[in-house]
Design a protein. Structure first.
Length: 156
């Protein structure tokens, strides 16, 4: 019988906790710290495993939303126009088939647009761009904080 993902992660935690950590010398405090950090991350992964696909899809949707708002507002010269076209292509390709890759592509395109607007964006684009990004980032940050709140990383 093949163990499921949760059983495999639990096995790794057990090996780190019961075999590796006890055999680290007391003076290896950095190694001990890193093993504890690994154990903590594995336990978080176990707790969040089933919810990860929906969370990552929401991240993609949020990236697409900021890109669309920027596309409807930002204008400028050649660099801005090219960056807008690239960003719109990344958004058009964001069908959820490769959630992580598509999210990264959209966010990289947004980053390239920010740089292009700095170079040759219209004055209206330079004024509007930070507000658009921040209006999307505030709720995204709250979602990220809520995602990790059960683990004591943030007091919300």
């Amino acid at each position: 019988m093949t163990p499921n993902v949760d059983e495999r992660l639990a096995s790794i935690v057990r090996a780190l906790s019961e075999v590796i950590l006890p055999h680290l010398p007391p003076e290896a405090s950095l190694a001990q710290e890193q093993v504890h950090l690994c154990i903590g991350h594995l336990q978080i992964l176990r707790a969040q495993f089933d919810a990860v696909p929906a969370f990552e899809r929401e991240e993609l949707d949020d990236a697409v939303a900021v890109a669309r708002d920027l596309a409807g507002t930002v204008t400028g010269g050649e660099q801005t126009t090219a960056a807008l076209a690239a960003m719109n292509a990344a958004v058009a390709a964001a069908d959820g088939g490769d959630v992580r890759g598509q999210r990264a592509a959209v966010l990289e395109a947004v980053d390239a647009l920010v740089k292009a607007v700095s170079a040759d964006g219209s004055s209206n684009a330079k004024v509007a761009l930070p507000g658009i990004i921040l209006s999307h980032e505030a709720p995204r940050t709250l979602k990220d904080r809520q995602w990790f709140a059960p683990f004591g990383f943030d007091t919300l």
